[in-house]
Ligand binder design. Structure first.
Ligand code: AMP
Ligand code: ZN
Length: 102
């Protein structure tokens, strides 16, 4: 098993824990929510951070997923956040985009 928490969650979480899933990514509720809705959109592929993304189509896929998720959940106003690097507050070194909405 990988020592990456987001690689492991993808394989071990029960079906109902997933907010969204497609061929490129999955989404879950943040375990420590900072807003009423706090969803993490996580690529299936292990990429440490935005700095390590080689094919930026991955970013397009993630934002396409964000549009679907927010539409499905009827979230009209929201913030997206990507922490990149330790000094910017990144704690989990598997790329993810936060969706935050109240
Ligand atoms: P970041 O600081 O951008 O790396 O964000 C990592 C986020 O992952 C934090 O908001 C954590 O609360 C969240 N997190 C860590 N472990 C889990 C988990 N097992 N399930 C859901 N969210 C998690
Ligand atoms: Zn990973």
């Amino acid at each position: 098993m990988s020592d990456c928490i987001f690689c492991n969650l993808k394989e071990t979480l029960p079906k109902e824990a997933f907010v969204y899933k497609d061929d490129f990514c999955y989404a879950i509720n943040d375990i420590n929510p900072k807003a009423k809705h706090h969803i993490l959109v996580i690529p299936n592929e292990h990429v440490e951070s935005l700095n390590e993304v080689e094919d930026t189509m991955l970013i397009k896929h993630l934002f396409d997923a964000i549009k679907k998720i927010t539409k499905e959940q009827d979230i009209k106003s929201f913030k997206t956040l990507i922490n990149t690097g330790k000094d910017a507050g990144q704690e989990v070194f598997h790329l993810h985009i936060h969706i935050l909405a109240n």
